[in-house]
Design a protein around this ligand. Structure first.
Ligand SMILES: NC(=O)c1ccc[n+]([C@@H]2O[C@H](COP(=O)([O-])OP(=O)(O)OC[C@H]3O[C@@H](n4cnc5c(N)ncnc54)[C@H](OP(=O)(O)O)[C@@H]3O)[C@@H](O)[C@H]2O)c1
Length: 246
């Protein structure tokens, strides 16, 4: 995929799961990657430090740390060709529990990581996006289409992120930027431990994302994700039942 050779790609949530696999996939295609997460190793500690990876530790839920991240990116002195807003968390929450107050911190963090952070980071990095030709990739979920009962805040944050993605696409298109939404099916990562079967591997998910970018798709939904989209068009109530009870 010669498209990615020499490109600069920033991936959030790069320490494990889909993000980690994306870092590896982009490096293999000759890209230079900025890997962002709370637990990425310092550059000097990283075996791959000679492999075109710059690691930046950042809690993207913190406005102060996000601002510092944006400063570090500006200091790199080169435009970002592809920004992948991938970091996310999912919490099982029961709002009928005894102690709703205790839920608030967890809910605020979930909204901060899944919704506030990628929106603000996109705005903060907009001045350094390569144009024309820069691409913003937002990782949402099938729960953006139909809510998952056990994860109400995750569902809300992904639905909000999907709306943001659609509006952003229309805003930035005239400026030569592309916006891509990614809806993974069930992928075998820490987020899905103990859930479901027939999961896609993070490596296959990353490969599908790169292929979708090459194919210039607006929405990348590999495997069962594509079926979910189709079902949502023809039988939304059925998809609501399936996702609702997951
Ligand atoms: N796995 C699936 O089946 C599936 C399905 C649909 C959508 N998705 C979406 O795909 C994306 C990746 O999910 P995944 O399955 O790869 O999850 P994962 O394995 O749990 O990885 C999540 C990543 O997000 C980072 N992260 C979490 N909180 C952060 C914070 N406050 N600041 C910075 N980074 C943070 C984590 O790094 P640190 O902990 O080191 O910070 C980690 O690298 C998410 O947006 C998720 O909602 C996943």
């Amino acid at each position: 995929m010669p498209e990615f050779k020499g490109k600069t790609v920033l991936v959030t949530g790069a320490s494990r799961g889909i993000g980690r696999a994306l870092v590896e996939a982009f490096i293999a295609e000759g890209a230079r990657v900025v890997a962002v997460a709370r637990s990425v190793p310092a550059d000097g500690d990283r075996e791959e430090s000679n492999r075109n990876v710059t690691c930046i530790a950042c809690d993207i839920a913190s406005g102060v740390q996000r601002a510092a991240l944006a400063d570090s990116i500006r200091a790199l002195g080169r435009p970002i060709d592809i920004l992948v807003n991938n970091a996310g968390i999912q919490r099982s929450l029961d709002l009928t529990g005894d102690d709703p107050g205790a839920l608030c911190d967890a809910m605020e963090t979930e909204i901060a990581v899944n919704l506030v952070a990628p929106i603000c980071l996109t705005a903060q990095l907009m001045p350094v996006m390569a144009r024309p030709g820069g691409t913003i990739v937002n990782v949402t979920s099938l729960v953006a289409l139909q809510a998952k009962t056990s994860a109400p805040v995750y569902s809300a944050s992904k639905a909000g992120f999907q709306r943001f993605t659609e509006a952003l696409r229309r805003q930035v298109q005239p400026h030569g930027l592309r916006v891509v939404e990614v809806m993974p099916p069930l992928v075998d990562t820490a987020m899905t431990t103990g859930r479901g079967s027939r999961k896609l591997s993070p490596e296959d998910m990353a490969a599908a994302m790169l292929q979708g970018l090459v194919d210039r798709r607006e929405r990348i939904a590999p495997g069962i994700g594509r079926m979910g989209l189709a079902l949502n068009r023809i039988a939304p109530a059925l998809l609501a039942r399936i996702i609702g009870r997951q």
